[in-house]
Design a protein around this ligand. Structure first.
Ligand SMILES: Cc1ncc(COP(=O)(O)O)c(C=O)c1O
Length: 398
């Protein structure tokens, strides 16, 4: 008799909190309720036309069959050129794997280098999928807290204090989801050097590298030196930079042995990514970057407005994020307040209160392993941001 239908490893992971909240918000929308969602982490801009046109051309020319598992050579060359041009890293084409979004690249890295007994050290708050993906490999996620007073940037001191000999890999996510924190080059060098001395791989998730403000600079770990390059696996994606979330194009680059292992896994799990999306991504990487600059300008305006407005609302307090498109305000001043007989005790209750009383969706900090905060997305029009925050202010006043 089967007493457990699903495996222990699948039973051990939780659903993605961002997807659950977005699902709930969409359900309310379908009931005719006017929900403003600051939940889903994706650009509201359309994919630029020249990228769409490349995809249309690919379909018309019949480019609709299986491709090489790691991606067509032309795309891997475009990615290698991008790394040289934008990050100053020389990767050969056989060190590059095209994946189904950055998400698949991350899972394949963990699956390729981690196993039971290993730990992956993660600064929190962190992206919702790291811990669950790591658990699926049998390895253990290990966390340490970054501090608001350090703008949520991890420090060497925090890394070295939380280190133990089981740590096989460390995650750098700069700019960070959900805080927007960008690690400065000096600290990044020190952290990388400590990790390399201890034989730890650095998985560097750079999907927000272009969404960066106030003249801050993105530094890619593998560009720091030859040793760093040998120990880094760089993960990136077309999703956020080119407003291409639905196309599902990501990539990983790193040591040949690791990339080959990931490629073998991908060959059996999913095969190549969508052939048409590969052609579109060549146009994205090799074509004009003007649209990216315009989006960043627009995000800057929205960020400035959102942070200023949030700080005018009693009970919310937040800093200017360095990058990405999220603000992460502290909500503890709302604890102890009541509405309709419900007492607000934590960030989950705050998110529920915003949804029920202001019809605004946000993600509670606990989803990022960091309670007492909530995440707002500012990849929304200024009108929506204005309206949503006005509603929250009114709901709190009431
Ligand atoms: C930090 C971070 N890494 C990776 C991803 C994965 O994005 P995608 O699979 O669309 O490339 C996301 C998406 O939200 C993210 O926020």
């Amino acid at each position: 008799m089967v007493d457990q239908i699903i495996s222990k490893s699948i039973a051990g992971i939780s659903p993605s909190a961002t997807e659950t909240t977005s699902f709930l918000a969409n359900q309310l929308k379908r009931q005719g309720i006017d929900i403003i969602s600051f939940a889903q982490g994706e650009p509201d801009f359309d994919t630029p036309d020249h990228i769409k046109e490349a995809a249309i051309k690919a379909i018309q020319e019949g480019f609709t069959k299986y491709t090489d598992v790691p991606g067509i050579p032309e795309l891997r060359k475009a990615v290698a050129d991008k790394f040289r041009r934008e990050n100053g890293i020389v990767y050969e084409e056989d060190q590059i794997l095209i994946t189904n979004g950055g998400k698949q690249a991350l899972y394949e890295v963990f699956r390729t280098i981690c196993e039971e007994g290993d730990e992956v050290l993660i600064p929190i708050p962190c992206y919702v999928s790291y811990a669950e993906q790591i658990k699926l490999t049998g390895a253990k996620p290990a966390f340490f807290e970054t501090k608001e007073e350090n703008h949520f940037r991890p420090t060497l001191e925090e890394v070295s204090k939380s280190f133990n000999p089981n740590v096989k890999a460390f995650i750098v996510n700069s700019p960070n989801n959900p805080t927007g924190a960008v690690i400065e080059e000096g600290e990044l060098k020190k952290i990388a050097s400590f990790l390399i001395d201890h034989g730890v791989y650095i998985i560097t998730d750079e999907v927000y590298e272009h969404l960066i403000y106030d003249g801050k600079k993105h530094v890619s770990v593998a560009s720091l030196g030859e040793k760093e390059k040998q120990m880094a696996i760089t993960v990136n994606s077309a999703s956020k930079t080119y407003a291409m979330t639905g196309w599902r194009v990501g990539y990983a680059a790193g040591p040949r042995e690791i990339i080959q292992g990931m490629n073998n896994l991908q060959g059996h799990a999913t095969g190549n990514i969508n052939s048409i999306a590969q052609k579109a991504t060549i146009a994205a990487l090799n074509g004009s970057q003007e649209a990216v600059g315009k989006m960043v300008q627009e995000y800057t305006k929205r960020r400035d407005y959102m942070v200023k407005r949030i700080n005018q609302i009693e009970g919310l307090r937040c800093q200017y994020p360095d990058g990405a498109f999220y603000t992460f305000p502290n909500v503890t001043a709302l604890y102890g307040k009541t509405y309709n007989g419900n007492r607000i005790n934590n960030d989950l209750d705050v998110a529920k209160f915003f949804l029920e009383k202001a019809h605004v969706a946000v993600i509670p900090g606990v989803a990022f392993n960091y309670p007492d905060y909530v995440r707002f997305v500012f990849a929304k029009s200024l009108e929506e941001i204005e309206k949503g925050l006005e509603r929250i202010e009114q709901a709190i006043r009431r």
